[in-house]
Design a protein around this ligand. Structure first.
Ligand SMILES: [Zn+2]
Length: 120
C-alpha cells in the first residue's frame, strides 16, 4: 500500500464532514459534525493559537482531499512526461539522454519520486 493510499484509507474511515467550527464553553472551542464533537481545543490563556488550530482541523478533510486529488493528478502527469531511459551524463554533468542539467537531471529525480510515491 502506498502512503497516498494510507492517507486516503485513514480519511475514508474518519467522521464524514463537513466539519464546522463551533464556540462552546468558557475555555474550550470545538470542531463539530452534526451533533458530534470531532476535536476540542483549549482557548484563551490555555492555547493562544486555538483559533488557527481549530480552523486547520475544521478544514482538514477538504484540504487533504484536494491535496490527494491534485497529487494523484500530478503523479499521472509526471509519469506521462518522464522517460524510462537511464541518464547519460557527459564530463560536465549534463544529461545527454534527456537534454537536462545534471548531476541529477529532472527526469532522474522524477523517476525516483514516482518510485517513492508508489511505495517502492
Ligand atoms: Zn537524465
Amino acid at each position: 500500500m502506498t502512503w497516498i493510499a494510507e492517507i486516503k484509507g485513514r480519511w475514508a474511515k474518519a467522521t464524514k464532514g463537513p466539519w464546522l467550527r463551533d464556540q462552546q464553553q468558557y475555555c474550550t472551542d470545538d470542531v463539530r459534525t452534526g451533533p458530534g464533537t470531532v476535536a476540542l481545543a483549549s482557548v484563551g490563556m490555555y492555547n493562544r493559537n486555538a483559533e488557527n488550530d481549530l480552523e486547520a482541523i475544521a478544514n482538514a478533510p477538504a484540504d487533504i482531499a484536494r491535496l490527494v486529488k491534485e497529487l494523484e493528478e500530478a503523479a499521472g502527469l509526471i509519469d506521462a512526461l518522464t522517460d524510462a531511459e537511464p541518464c547519460d551524463y557527459d564530463s560536465r554533468g549534463y544529461c545527454t539522454a534527456h537534454a537536462l542539467e545534471g548531476p541529477d537531471c529532472a527526469n532522474e529525480r522524477a523517476l525516483v519520486w514516482l518510485e517513492r510515491a508508489a511505495g517502492r
